[in-house]
Design a protein. Sequence first.
Length: 637
Amino acid sequence: MWDYVVGLLGIRKQDDYVKNYIEGSNMKAIKYMCAFVIFVETWMILRIVKIVFIGGEQRTVEWIVVHLRLYVVLLISSSLMMWFAVTYGKGKKRSHVIVMTWKIIYSIICVVFGIYVSYLDYIKGEQIMGFLTMILFVGCLLVWPPFISLIILSLSFGIFYIMCDNTVPATVATDINMFTTYVAMVMVSIGNFRQRLNEANKDKGLEYVSRHDELTGIYNMYYFRKKAKEYLRESQSLGDTIDLIYFDIVNFKNYNERYGFEAGNELLKEIAQTLKDLFCNGEVARLSDDHFIVLSKEQLPERKIRLLQEKIYSRQRDVFLGLKAGIYRTDGKKKEGGEGLEDINLLCDRALFAVKSIKNKTDIDICYYDEAIYGMQKRKNYIINNIDKAIKEGYIKVYYQPIVEAKTGKVSSLEALARWKDPNLGMLSPGEFIETLEEFRQIHKLDKHILELVCRDYCMGCELNRVVLPVSINLSRLDFELCDISFEINRMLSEYNVPKEYIEIEITESALTKNREDLDKAISEFKNLKYNLWLDDFGAGYSSFNVLKDYAFDVLKIDMKFLEDFGENERFEPIFVSIIELCSKLNMISLAEGVETEEQYDFLKNCGCDRMQGYLFSRPVIMDELQSMFKSGKLEA
């Protein structure tokens, strides 16, 4: 009951948001109220001037002086209050005390004016509209907590009634009308307050949703950009260095899949709260999924990053969880031109680029953005911006590396490899541009282009009576997402009249451990169309025997890293021999990459490996050079 009464009277303390909302509502009301009062008082002053100079109404000098003085005072105070309300609306900061002081002073002037003018009218038997109008403005149009409205209305009506009744005793009808009006205004003031309070709380809820991430409760990226700009401006004025830290939770998707979205959401909420606690003097936001952003003045953020890592490690079960952090540090100095503020989007991009540069490095968890990373970023941007031009202008060519039969040493097939010789950057590393194209989801353009070049070389080879051998084409896992790759291959082979036996499909093992549903349909289609399927990079770190169980491949391509331990690791031989035997039992052809020495060749041949590929036989070369090697007898088909 007491809580209800406290809420009804507006005694309960409101938060700053509600205070600001009601304060803003009052400033808007005061502008309209002042505009009306200024108009009326100006008209009343002009009316008095007319009486003085032209005549018409019979008024005493005393009446003219008193009323003119009252109208001028109210006009001046309303004009000043109008100025105050307008400047408040333009964003000038005013403390609550200053705003309340102006509001109270103006309200007192209005009430006193209304009481005195209407008292003078009442004792002459005229209407008391001035009093009612001013009380309506002050007590009902302006928003006061109900207990203050009750005080204002009670004192105003009480003083006015006593003044009038002492001079001209009120009738019963006047008493009833006065009391009824008083009660009505009290109810209106309470209703007005409750309405504004509900609007403020509703607006606060909408404002919270628009600013905060729904799951974690920290800022969303939209509002973070706004807060970050203010934070940067303030810090820059002090010359402080600022760190923008981009956090990426390692293996979060697997954690989600293993334990469910509820467990994943709980982890994200715990991480968000930990970030808020650790960087309480900074700005924290959730960018998307398992990515978080922090803007901080911390001199040594690494210590707090390590604490967050420990928190994440403590949540591990049978799924490994880790944390990568990319940091972009501003120098605290103003930039040339503009506002001197660095673009927050640029800061985020650079911190993101820093974290991406260590994404696949198991020994590095924290990376600062520097000139070297900036150079990498420029090159990546160049690759993405010029991939279409490189294809069109012929900067990207197909090179072929022979694959030989272990028993005979003859070339049985070729692997098609992309090489990019750029007029500005020179020869680009395949690891560089392939990784970049996959990162920016443009790899399908390259793979389709290489397939077309291979088909063209086949046609040319047939026309010139060259050695024509089957060619294996490497497909990225993204090819299955970004285009209908099986359709594209069939279309290309049909267009150039290339038999299916000439094209063999290489799929990396890592592709089969991610988004398998996207691949199943395409792989089944390839098998139904009688394409030879190769499992590439077996043993490169993603090995899962489930892949061999679930898919029927024709060739198992053993990653070249296996041979790095040749002659040095005593476990190498039994493991490698077991893989070869497994291939035989599964009716797969075994193919070893990275063969560079005769000793490796002899070992592989003796343990039953079917095919080999490596620099011992040939580096990747263009088709013309390959044909020259066949003619010279260096290679035999």
